[in-house]
Write a protein that binds this ligand. Structure first.
Ligand code: ADP
Length: 250
């Protein structure tokens, strides 16, 4: 067993684009139930790392394991999504013409493991699950609203809810609070804190105030030039001289 019970295990990952190493010998592992924050300046390799995890980009070298035995470097994007890695891109992609409830319903019915069809009636257990997610994403009472009329922040929450309907084993969130109001950002931190321990989550984020809210005592990883520059609690990485240098310039 080389994965030490991790849900995600990246070892010596390198991604070269025409000789330029966007990811350079990256080592990172995420434990089951962990909420990990990934920070780092523009160009640090955060997006490329998520592309490797989700099969969008093939690493030039290195290994990437999901759970104990799933080799991500040998799978397609589609296979990885169905194996249980849910990714939320920066821009929300909800079904704008459909209601909040229908969006969650469709997300559930698109899950290959759920034995249902698009037009099948929901059973009480399925309705209960949708109601639970509605509360979590702060949209209960809004379930009949057309998604296109939601605020930007509400659309982001709805999309997180849609991912949760599929019960991912690992949730990847790319800048979830970009473009949100301060109040929405605070509520998103509350939402993620409610998910803590119940899901394995990786959050890539620029908003340091938000990262502080969700990092709590957990680990924060700082990427720089395609590798891990520092890793530790928010307090530890914030006082790390190399991190200060990278963020403030020399
Ligand atoms: P981040 O998400 O941390 O801002 P990225 O992963 O987007 O960083 O990019 C890391 C580096 O790799 C950047 O210098 C970027 O210009 C480069 N890069 C990313 N994708 C490509 C690509 N397809 N071809 C060439 N260079 C790329």
């Amino acid at each position: 067993d080389t994965t030490h019970g991790a849900i995600l295990y990246l070892e010596n990952i390198t991604v070269s684009f025409d000789g330029f190493k966007a990811i350079n010998n990256l080592n990172l592992d995420i434990s089951v139930g962990e909420l990990r924050c990934i920070i780092g300046p523009n160009g640090a390799g955060k997006t490329t790392m998520m592309d490797v995890i989700t099969g969008k980009t093939r690493p030039t070298a290195g290994t990437a394991f999901f759970g104990q035995s799933i080799d991500l470097t040998k799978m397609t994007e589609y296979e990885i999504a169905h194996a249980g890695i849910g990714r939320k891109f920066q821009r929300p992609t909800v079904f704008e013409q459909h209601s909040v409830f229908e969006n969650l319903e469709m997300a559930m019915k698109m899950d290959k493991r759920v034995k249902t069809t698009l037009f099948a009636r929901l059973n009480s257990e399925q309705i209960g699950k949708i109601e639970e997610i509605l509360k979590l994403i702060r949209l209960n009472g809004q379930e009949n609203r057309v998604a296109g009329l939601l605020s930007h922040g509400q659309k982001q929450w709805l999309e997180i809810g849609m991912l949760l309907m599929q019960e991912p084993q690992l949730l990847l969130l790319d800048e979830p609070v970009a473009g949100m109001s301060d109040a929405e950002t605070v509520r998103t931190a509350e939402l993620l804190n409610e998910l803590r321990g119940k899901h394995s989550i990786m959050v890539v984020e620029h908003d340091m105030g938000f990262v502080e809210e969700i990092a709590q005592g957990g680990k924060v990883t700082v990427l720089h030039e395609g590798s891990v520059l520092a890793e530790g609690t928010m307090q530890q990485v914030q006082s790390d001289d190399r991190v200060i240098e990278v963020y403030l310039g020399r």
